[in-house]
Design a protein around this ligand. Structure first.
Ligand code: FES
Length: 104
């Protein structure tokens, strides 16, 4: 399975994804720039991504802690999510997203 990640320069990368991994971990493992300072504990908002509109409905709903953390993210948009809260599964095969700037 794969995910498609657009970096801050607008270049799309097709990344091999592994079921059960956090999307944040997949991005980091492939060497793309993502801070993910808290390592996936939903406590930093530096794994912020923008999910392609066509995928928004297919994602699991946000938990309260993700929503609260996102409130502190830099440049929040309607399609913002924390990539450490998205767990790779068959349903997310082909997921498209863009990295968000993380100056926060
Ligand atoms: Fe810190 Fe996702 S890695 S909130």
């Amino acid at each position: 399975m794969k995910i498609y990640v657009t970096d801050l320069k607008g270049k799309e990368h097709a990344l091999e994804a592994i079921e059960g991994w956090r999307v944040m971990e997949i991005i980091r493992e492939h060497g793309l720039s993502i801070k993910a300072e808290c390592g996936g504990c939903c406590a930093c908002a530096t794994c912020h991504v923008y999910v392609d509109e066509s995928w928004l409905d297919k994602l699991p709903a946000m938990r309260d802690d993700e929503e609260e953390m996102l409130d502190e993210a830099f440049d929040l948009q309607d399609n913002s999510r924390l990539s450490c809260q998205l767990i790779m599964s068959d349903e997310l095969d082909g997921l498209k997203l863009s990295l968000a700037p993380s100056d926060a």
